[in-house]
Design a protein around this ligand. Sequence first.
Ligand code: FE
Ligand code: ZN
Ligand code: FE
Length: 205
Amino acid sequence: MKSTTKAPAPTVAANKKAPATKAADKSMTKERSTGASGLRDFFEDAIKDIYWAEKALTKAIPKMSKNATSEELEAALNDHLSVTEEHVQRLEQVFEMMEMKPEAKKCEAMEGLIKEGDSILEDTKAGPVRDAGIIAGCQKIEHYEIATYGTLVTYARILGEDDIVALLEQTLEEEKAADHTLTGIAVNSINLDASNESSNKNEKA
Ligand code: FE
Ligand code: ZN
Ligand code: FE
């Protein structure tokens, strides 16, 4: 039952389309293949995209944690920073397994989410309201990562890359755990503090 034949590894020039030996003459008329090799190209692109995103997060998370007032939130962000550094390394392993050099391709979505996080910091002063905003921004980021890794796991499975599936699933679980931690902090303390802060302000006004 077990198929031991692996899909051929991409050649060194990963950006150039590798000639698909026998199938090449058949697909001459079409610019893009819609079959397995098309999915592999798409998968490789998506790995480069999330690699950029994870690397950008290693710079963005410290800024968020420095601006957090809640020690619990600060600790959770610092913890997720080291997890994120592992995600970067794991992606470098994925590149290696695909015989590709690690290459980051700008992720417009993550750039936007990080910018949104920056604007939360600009629009608030230190305290529970800013903390609530940091959590909201970080959860948007986690959800983007969860969506991305969920898709990547599915693609890797279709491509028969079981070792890559295992690596990406590990990261996916860690993103979900981070999301749950942030929800817990928000529900247990920060959102309540934030609403108290705004009602105190209203009383004084
Ligand atoms: Fe991550
Ligand atoms: Zn992206
Ligand atoms: Fe994350």
